[in-house]
Design a protein. Structure first.
Length: 277
């Protein structure tokens, strides 16, 4: 098992498979790098080097009490990229990981980055505010925090068996395997870390970050995303990154990298392989 010891003294677990142009995958909440394995296998089988880490406070990485915010997430990512001396990187971020990618570009630039992908991303701002009236009311996130304190194990089961994968939709056939995997990844994370991360993914404003995107960018989202509704996320991100390659999966839920993984893999790989895009 590979770990990076950060300058703060935290251990960041990462996977590093294959060879070729490096592709770095940043996971969502409350998951870890295991959530990207279908995409990692697909890319590695297509001659890419694939790296995915467990964000601080998640999975097998350290659980620091403080620093559970996007600036620290981005700085940890920068240390990993520098540690492995990665260049010409393709960065993919899912959900909260999309915010991590955006904040990385804002804080560390694109000298090492060739392309970026925002997959079902929380960008540019999830929370409803005076300047973001189509966002999600804070009561939704307060509910997540309350449920996390009351019984976070049950919260993760409820999310996975319901809206995350769209298993609450009429005619849906739930996968117990996906539900179990989501739950397992969630409870591996630190209680304080995953609690703090709710604020990080819901209240961080990435609007100025996205305006700094000058590299080829993929925005991919499902139009039945019940976790990160598409109107306030993907459509707003496209407005701020007008050159982006924009892809909407009809009827797809938030967890489309699992429920629609063959199509997602193909679309992400096509973007990665397309020269000049």
């Amino acid at each position: 098992m590979a770990y990076l010891k950060t300058r703060e003294g935290n251990d960041i677990y990462y996977k590093d498979w294959g060879s070729g142009q490096p592709v770095v995958f940043c996971h969502g909440w409350p998951l870890n790098s295991d959530s990207w394995e279908s995409q990692m296998l697909h890319f590695a089988n297509n001659r890419f080097r694939v790296i995915a880490h467990d964000r601080r406070g998640h999975g097998r990485s350290s659980q620091p009490w403080d620093g559970n915010d996007m600036d620290h997430y981005a700085d940890d990512l920068a240390e990993l990229i520098e540690h492995l001396d990665l260049r010409n990187v393709i960065l993919f971020g899912f959900s909260t990981g999309g915010g991590e990618v955006a904040r990385y570009i804002a804080r560390h630039g694109t000298s090492r980055v060739a392309k970026a992908g925002l997959i079902c991303s929380v960008t540019p701002l999830m929370l409803r505010t005076d300047t973001n009236p189509i966002g999600t009311p804070i009561e939704v996130f307060d509910g997540l925090r309350s449920d996390s304190i009351t019984n976070r194990s049950q919260l993760y089961l409820d999310l996975a068996s319901g809206p995350f994968f769209g298993f609450n939709r009429p005619g849906a056939v739930p996968s117990q395997g996906l539900i179990n995997s989501f739950w397992m990844q969630g409870v591996m994370g630190g209680h304080k870390n995953t609690y703090d991360s709710i604020r990080a993914f819901s209240e961080t404003d990435f609007r100025e970050d996205l305006r700094l995107f000058t590299i080829p960018t993929l925005i991919l989202h499902g139009d039945d995303d019940q976790i990160v509704p598409i109107q306030a996320s993907a459509f707003e991100s496209r407005r701020l990154i007008p050159h982006a390659w924009f892809s909407v999966f009809s009827g797809a839920p938030h967890g489309l990298t699992d429920t629609h993984k063959e199509r997602a893999n193909a679309e992400m790989l096509r973007f990665a392989q397309q020269p000049g895009v």
